[in-house]
Design a protein around this ligand. Structure first.
Ligand code: HEM
Length: 416
């Protein structure tokens, strides 16, 4: 395959646009675009379609400072107040789902919500999932092994994490397709576009489904996360039903797309760096370090979620006015030449690898240990069971998702 590059990566399109003409360059190649931004200045003002001003922070040290700074809030602007159709939206629970979880809160609410999951989501629980994750990976490959080809995204990268997170939560296997569809509907829609109803309908069904799941788990508690969170909450933790629904929404959303794209991005990067692939095949014990390098070099997250300045804040000599949005560009910080030696080189033996793909500070990814384990098992199993994996020669161009948050391939057809 000759044409497999990121020039097919329209990172910003559709709902997000910029006042700055240079911003469109991002659609061509994110790594190249972010490099230019890093060189030009510490922060860059852009605007989304609705005119909301947003600052991109691209250098590693500045990113860390912003993620540490309590003058940037995670509490979003109330979209119901700014939306002309506000009356209708009160009916649908989508806003509560988006606003009532920990990633939309500052301390002390953030701490209260995070502690509840942290108490339930223990390292022991994560480790106990290892054999089951291996089994899921093997079952997915059993289905395709005889065929000599696989569309990796649809047939492996997506089903694996959604199965893991559903089982972890204690949602029945038979509901997996339904849950997968709802989570897709709940995140793909921009607030102000014509598909809003899809999101609202999905949120209504999802909350009704969770109500039933809670009733079932109260009557039949298990060792899953929903049972554990209900147990803690019913023992007196101050948590509303809406907050619990939003928590599960966040775990589902945060827990599957990111991990899915990490798996397929990693295979893409290994296939485009055959000497590194060979090294990993010869020394499979390098898988842990290899996953760290994949997280840094080809991680699924381009930017953090949105923050807002509570007051005027100076970042590296530039004042970000109160009320403006801030996105820290994780993919750019991970390629900062002042932090990493030859950052563009994909090197699974790299030792200077303090990447920030899981974020930093109070909102550091709660699922990092699980994601790392899933990626190690998924990539290790793929390389072991399909050792001569190659790009499908019948496919000329691979398309990347058009999204400012996520870096991921739409499809990755492979042969073996
Ligand atoms: C937060 C990345 C997998 C649950 C975050 C943040 C990042 C991130 C960058 C911080 C966002 C911000 O500060 O704006 C990733 C990546 C993953 C991954 C790259 C996979 C490769 C998971 C998984 C779960 C999970 C598997 C759960 C099962 C969460 C939660 C938060 C979070 C709950 C919010 C934490 C808080 O607000 O305190 N993740 N994540 N993530 N992630 Fe992940």
């Amino acid at each position: 395959m000759s044409v497999v590059n990121r020039s097919k990566c329209p990172v910003l399109s559709g709902s997000n646009q910029s006042e700055d003409p240079n911003f469109n360059v991002l659609t061509a190649n994110p790594d190249h675009f972010f490099k230019q931004l890093r060189q030009e200045g510490p922060v860059h003002r852009v605007a989304f379609e609705d005119g909301f001003p947003v600052w991109l922070v691209t250098r590693y040290d500045d990113v860390i400072k912003v993620l540490r700074d309590p003058r940037f809030t995670k509490v979003p602007v109330d979209q119901r107040k700014t939306n002309p159709d506000a009356g209708q939206e009160e009916e649908a629970p989508i806003y509560k789902l988006r606003e009532d979880h920990m990633l939309s809160k500052d301390a002390p609410d953030h701490t209260r919500l995070r502690t509840l999951v942290q108490n339930a989501f223990t390292p022991r629980l994560v480790q106990s999932l290892r054999p089951r994750i291996q089994q899921i990976a093997d079952e997915l490959l059993d289905k395709v092994q005889h065929r000599g080809k696989i569309e990796l995204v649809e047939e492996f990268s997506y089903p694996l994490p959604i199965s893991v997170i559903s089982e972890l939560l204690g949602l029945p296997v038979k509901d997996r397709e339904k849950v997968k569809q709802w989570s897709a509907d709940l995140v793909t829609i921009h607030v102000s576009d014509g598909n809003r109803n899809v999101t609202e309908i999905a949120s209504t069904h999802f909350v009704a489904y969770l109500k039933e799941a809670f009733d079932y788990r109260r009557a039949n508690p298990g060792d899953d996360l929903i049972s554990e969170m209900l147990r803690q909450r019913d023992q007196g933790d101050s948590l509303t039903d809406e907050e619990l629904y939003a928590m599960i929404f966040l775990l589902l959303i945060a827990g599957h797309e990111t991990t899915a794209h990490l798996i397929s991005n990693s295979i893409f990067t290994l296939l485009t760096n055959p000497e590194q692939l060979e090294l990993l095949q010869q020394e499979p014990q390098l898988i842990g370090a290899a996953v760290e390098e994949m997280l840094r070099h080809s991680g699924p997250v381009l930017t953090s979620s949105m923050r807002r300045a509570l007051v005027d804040v100076e970042v590296d000599g530039v004042t970000i006015p109160a009320g403006d949005g801030v996105l820290v560009v994780i993919a750019s910080a991970n390629m900062d030449e002042n932090k990493f030696h030859e950052p563009e080189t994909f090197d699974i033996r790299r030792t200077d690898n303090r990447h920030i793909t899981f974020g930093y500070g109070a909102h550091f990814c709660l699922g990092a240990a699980l994601a790392r384990m899933e990626a190690e098992i998924a990539i290790g199993t793929l390389l072991e069971r399909l050792p001569d994996l190659q790009f499908d020669p019948e496919v000329d161009v691979l398309e990347w998702r058009s999204n400012i948050l996520i870096r991921g391939l739409k499809k990755l057809p492979l042969i073996f």
